[in-house]
Design a protein around this ligand. Structure first.
Ligand SMILES: C=CC1=C(C)c2cc3[nH]c(cc4nc(cc5[nH]c(cc1n2)c(C)c5CCC(=O)O)C(CCC(=O)O)=C4C)c(C)c3C=C
Ligand SMILES: [Fe+2]
Length: 497
């Protein structure tokens, strides 16, 4: 994993030709040593007012100076360009109807960042995804049926895109804002088509996940990288990525505002346990593949609590991880077990705070509001409330707009137009650099799901699952090699040719 370093960059634009060099400095204590030099290309007629940026220690690669955007100095950063600016919001996507559930799950499980099979078995990714999605669909459908028959994600993300567009316009930055989902409509590929159609020349890529995970932002960026690689238009389009933004002051304040408001709904606000519930990831993502998700999550919680303390809110708090799937170990502590523990310890009031996602979705509306609430009440907790997701909260949207504007001076700063370099480097640097910083060896990730959960103990479940997985792999190999078997009989296999 990349070592923590401090990067400092100064950009100065010469008005004559609007081209400048931006030396990078790696700052080691007091001294500052040149680290690398890259050419910042700015289109003609673009006036770039000097921007200074100093970043605190971070795991981010050098290209991603925008990863600590709140650290950008208060100097005015004005980029008024004749280029067409686009902002691409990346998100997960969700089924819009019950019929969409199985194909949506297929897309999710076909993603090697969700299930990464050993290289030898990669050809089984899609058959396996088909198998798991068909097996899981009935349970998932029940969940989506209970929240109105589909995910609200598309509607909310579209509203966020529109609000962001307006906020940018109010700041005199005319930009088009696009939504690209990873697993359902509008797919990232659809967004890219619109970006090309509109002739966008400068793109800010903004995953709508506050914290970075290989399984979310990483997966979306990996897809984007492969699209960029193959497209001559995109090769020449300048871009930058804001990989995570949980540490931004505006986001932290917006979260604290919502929490403060919700705390007031309790009879004795001071006695409420603040319960941050984050979406989990399998432990191996963090411990073996270098996913910064857990570290970023913990820092995020600390920053929110610090902000609340400034407001004289001193409640006890805890962080746990929800939504685990299958028998492998996920990040701990688990939300359900923690709720039971708190009940045993005599906690009477809980304020649940969904922390890894900025829209309402199935895991807030069903898992937290229904399942965890029920569990809490059964465990002796008497008062339960939940903080709503940020959605289009003005402070939040306004902060996203600031993040986009602060990142504009870096758009294309790492551009490589050299044909030879394109082969080894990703054309426009930053997506590739980001992916290279995490999960650089593309290590095998554990399949986080299983459809075979039998046995009485955790260990038995794990081994049963592994044995069943092996058996299915063998069957699939036989199917693919002989063209006969149960998947063909069920008409499953021809679907993914
Ligand atoms: C930061 C957020 C998320 C992380 C990290 C994440 C990892 C992750 N998810 C699965 C499996 C499933 N996720 C599902 C839905 C879903 N996941 C997230 C967010 C994160 N996932 C959201 C916002 C949603 C809901 C979308 C919606 O429709 O509202 C599902 C489908 C629902 C279900 O059947 O439970 C699955 C499955 C894994 C395996 C994983 C990490 C490897
Ligand atoms: Fe998920």
């Amino acid at each position: 994993m990349a070592q923590p370093v401090i990067f400092c960059r100064e950009i100065s634009a010469s008005p004559a030709n609007c081209t400048s060099y931006s030396p990078f400095h790696q700052v080691d204590g007091q001294s500052s040593v040149p680290f690398a030099a890259s050419c910042l290309r700015v289109p003609k007629n673009c006036s770039l007012v000097a921007a200074r940026c100093s970043l605190k220690p971070s795991m981010m690669p050098s290209a991603l100076v925008t990863s600590r955007p709140q650290q950008v100095s208060t100097d005015p950063v004005n980029v008024v360009c004749d280029g067409k600016i686009g902002v691409l919001l990346l998100n997960l996507g969700g089924p819009e109807s019950l019929e969409d559930v199985q194909p949506f799950l297929f897309n999710l499980f076909a993603d090697p960042d969700i299930i990464r099979l050993p290289r030898l078995f990669r050809f089984l990714q899609r058959p396996l995804a088909q198998f798991i999605s068909v097996a899981r669909a009935p349970k998932s459908k029940e969940g989506y049926a209970s929240i109105g028959g589909g995910s609200p994600l598309r509607r909310i993300t579209d509203a966020q895109a529109e609000a962001l567009r307006k906020a940018l316009r109010e700041r005199n930055v005319p930009a088009k804002v696009y939504v690209g989902m990873r697993y359902w409509h509008p797919f990232t590929e659809e967004a890219i088509e619109l970006i090309k159609r509109d002739g966008i020349t400068k793109l800010v890529v903004l995953p709508l996940y506050p914290q970075f995970s290989i399984s979310t932002s990483g997966s979306s960026l990996r897809l984007l990288e492969s699209i960029f690689r193959e497209d001559e238009y995109l090769v020449n389009m300048q871009h930058t990525v804001i990989p995570s933004w949980y540490q931004r002051e505006g986001y932290i304040k917006a979260m604290a505002d919502l929490m403060e408001k919700e705390l007031k709904s309790f009879e004795r606000p001071g006695e409420v346990m603040i319960f941050f519930s984050a979406h989990g990831v399998p432990l191996a993502y963090v411990e073996e593949a270098g996913d910064p998700y857990k570290a970023e999550m913990e820092e995020c919680v600390d920053l929110i609590m610090e902000e609340l303390e400034k407001r004289r809110v001193y409640n006890a708090y805890t962080l746990a991880y929800q939504s685990r799937v299958g028998p492998v170990e996920w990040l701990k502590p688990y939300t359900d077990e923690t709720i039971i523990e708190l009940g045993k310890k005599g906690v009477k009031s809980i304020l649940a705070v969904p922390i890894s996602f900025v829209s309402e979705h199935i895991e807030t509306l069903e898992e937290i509001d229904v399942e965890y609430k029920e569990l809490a009440l059964e465990s002796g907790i008497q008062n339960w409330a939940r903080v709503p997701a940020l959605g289009v909260e003005p402070t939040f949207i306004s902060d996203l707009a600031d993040a986009v504007i602060e990142s504009l001076p870096y758009v294309g700063a790492m551009a490589v137009s050299n044909l030879e370099a394109r082969q080894s480097l990703v054309p426009l640097g930053s997506v590739e650099e980001l992916l290279a910083a995490y999960d650089s060896h593309g290590r095998e990730l554990p399949p986080p799901v299983t459809v075979w959960e039998w046995g009485w103990t955790k260990s038995a479940e794990t081994w049963n699952g592994r044995a069943a997985m092996l058996a299915v792999l063998v069957l699939l190999v036989l199917e693919v090699t002989t063209g006969e078997g149960f998947l063909h009989q069920w008409g499953i296999l021809p679907l993914f040719r």
